[in-house]
Design a protein around this ligand. Structure first.
Ligand code: HEC
Length: 176
């Protein structure tokens, strides 16, 4: 008898939890948005190209403005995949200093952001030897793996490819 009651109680608790989770998932609310953002940052959900663009502008303009990305070019240095890896180091340093509140990029965020700048400013990974890029990526396994994904299979990058950031060299070269 007691055992049966206990089972009933657990069932009720389980159902309540499922109900709350469902309600949270179905009703659009700020918490839901935050949860989704977290799931995307962790790579469980995909960023849409538009979301990736917003993420790139938001996260890459905390320490300098967007000119840094927009004026960056193939003559300036290694491709964005390497730049994003370097920026993770600057974020580490900034966090250690504790001078500013800046969040480290997750792997999914770094991959989404790399695709955005590749698409709207330029992707010159092909001008470099893969070996050299991998060396520069050091122990960044997520980005190193992403390097091997052809552009046509990179959803965000291929969706944004025709677009240009106003002021980018690519934009000027195309005479637009
Ligand atoms: C924690 C602060 C910080 C964040 C966040 C940050 N950067 Fe930077 N960035 C720097 C610093 C510091 C430099 C180097 C000094 C300089 O050039 O002003 C730099 C330089 C650059 C440069 C110029 C590099 C060169 O060789 O000329 C590019 C491009 C750039 N950042 C892109 C990005 C991108 C893309 C992101 C987003 C993923 C980003 N930054 C986020 C701090 C940051």
């Amino acid at each position: 008898m007691r055992g049966k009651l206990a089972v009933k109680k657990y069932l009720m608790v389980a159902l309540t939890i499922i109900g709350v989770v469902l309600a949270l998932a179905l009703v659009p609310n700020p918490l839901n948005k935050k949860m989704k953002g977290e799931l995307k940052a962790r790579g469980y959900l995909e960023y849409t190209p538009q979301e990736a663009m917003e993420l790139a502008y938001a996260r890459c303009t905390t320490c300098h403005n967007e000119e840094k990305m927009i004026k960056y070019c193939s003559r300036c240095g290694p491709p964005f995949i390497v730049v994003v890896h370097y920026m993770k180091k600057y974020i580490d340093i900034a966090q250690k200093k504790g001078a500013m509140d800046v969040k480290q990029l997750t792997d999914a965020e770094a991959i989404a952001i790399t695709q955005v700048w590749n698409a709207v400013v330029g992707n010159w990974e092909g001008d470099w030897r893969k070996k050299d890029i991998k060396r520069l990526l050091e122990n960044d396994e997520a980005l190193a793996r992403f390097l091997d994904v052809p552009v046509k299979d990179r959803k965000i990058e291929s969706a944004l490819k025709g677009k240009t950031a106003p002021g980018a060299y690519k934009y000027q070269q195309e005479g637009l």
